[in-house]
Design a protein around this ligand. Structure first.
Ligand SMILES: NC(=O)c1ccc[n+]([C@@H]2O[C@H](COP(=O)([O-])OP(=O)(O)OC[C@H]3O[C@@H](n4cnc5c(N)ncnc54)[C@H](O)[C@@H]3O)[C@@H](O)[C@H]2O)c1
Length: 350
């Protein structure tokens, strides 16, 4: 298994392989870039088929965190950790404590948080061994309301860019997924006067949205294709693909899901069709901004004011993408690289 020559290796500062035979812990901690500050990123617990897949995930996700943190102005760098295995089978308190000891050895270069397969309760075990843990119970709390706020202001920024007006009254939003983020987002949109079309695998939640928000519920196979102004993917990744894009009627895509583009070329296809796409890692940064505000004393008002700046960032990004004839995804990456280069005091060409 190649590391320095792995396709996703991008001059990562450190890649640490962690093993604790007693608890069965096999993990990888990847610190991509600490130019902007110590790295912060979640810990994914997943039954990877092989070590190579785990390494790819750690390398790719930690790099993504660098870019996300750079545009979110959190003063943090990008890191991520992965634990290999089935969390239900091997996710014991002892294993999380062993993970905590490895995080502690990083000396603060990496702060761990929950992610897919881990919970705040697991992080409490990690916390027994290290203080470099974010998102604990009693800290900044569930990040989803902050993420939903970021998506809400992101939708407003997209409307403003496309129509010169960010008023949501009478705007139709098709929301895919009514989970922690999707529900909160719909609540905000409803309060602002938007019309909602919703879908979720769970019928009880779509019925509730019909009652509370006057939403129209549709099946999960058709939500992307309904007549709407905005499509908001708030479920799983990959919802923008060869099957869904041709059926898309919305002229704005702005939602919380990670990795919305099945492949990067789908960003080009959206742009060619005149669809304004709010890059996922920019619009869904509210949660990480909120967590980055955990310090001596967490101040929700300050954290949410910071989250609301996502709208300004997206407004600038949309304008520059037009001027520089780049897709919005390309523009986001370019702007993140500029932030990093400025902080490192080097020119981008160097
Ligand atoms: N929670 C956060 O703060 C946060 C931050 C950044 C990114 N995200 C991303 O946003 C997305 C939603 O996060 P969440 O915390 O609300 O998750 P969640 O698990 O609470 O909600 C997801 C919802 O989507 C529904 N769903 C699953 N497949 C679907 C489909 N095919 N069609 C319609 N609905 C479907 C589920 O039933 C569930 O209600 C995820 O991609 C997540 O990675 C979340």
């Amino acid at each position: 298994m190649a590391v320095f020559n792995a396709p996703d290796f991008d001059n990562h500062e450190a890649v640490v392989f962690c093993n604790d035979a007693e608890t069965g812990l096999n993990a990888i901690i990847a610190v991509h870039d600490t130019t902007l500050g110590p790295s912060l990123g979640g810990c994914r617990f997943w039954p990877y088929e092989n070590d190579g897949d785990a390494l790819t995930d750690a390398l790719r996700l930690s790099r993504g965190m660098t870019y996300k943190a750079a545009l979110a102005d959190t003063g943090r760098g990008g890191g991520k950790s992965v634990i290999i295995g089935d969390p239900r089978r091997i996710g014991t308190p002892a294993l999380f404590r062993a993970m905590g000891r490895f995080v502690e050895r990083m000396g603060g270069a990496y702060t761990i948080a929950e992610d897919v397969g881990t919970s705040p309760a697991d992080m409490a075990h990690v916390h027994q061994e290290t203080k470099h843990v974010a998102g604990l119970e009693g800290g900044s709390g569930d990040p989803s309301p902050a993420t939903a706020l970021g998506v809400f202001v992101g939708i407003q920024a997209a409307l403003k860019h496309q129509r010169g007006d960010d008023d949501l009254k009478g705007v139709t939003v098709a929301a895919q997924g009514l989970g922690h983020v999707g529900w909160d987002l719909c609540n905000r949109l409803h309060q602002a006067g938007a019309r909602l079309i919703v879908s979720d695998m769970r019928d009880e939640i779509t019925s509730e949205a019909t009652r509370q928000f006057g939403a129209t519920a549709v099946g999960i196979d058709t939500i992307h294709a309904v007549r709407a102004d905005v499509f908001a993917p708030c479920a799983l990744g990959g919802s923008l693909n060869d099957r869904t894009i041709p059926a898309l009627k919305a002229s704005i895509v702005a939602g919380s899901a990670n990795n919305q583009l099945a492949e990067s070329r789908h960003g080009d296809i959206l742009a060619a069709r005149g669809v304004l796409y709010a890059p996922d890692y920019v619009i869904n940064a509210g949660g990480i901004i909120n967590i980055a505000h955990e310090g001596v004393a967490y101040d929700q008002a300050a954290a949410f004011a910071h989250v609301a700046r996502i709208g300004d960032t997206l407004g600038q990004l949309f304008k520059r993408a037009d001027t520089e004839r780049l897709t919005t995804s390309q523009m986001a990456d370019q702007m993140a690289r500029e932030v990093l280069a400025r902080a490192a005091g080097r020119s981008l060409a160097a």
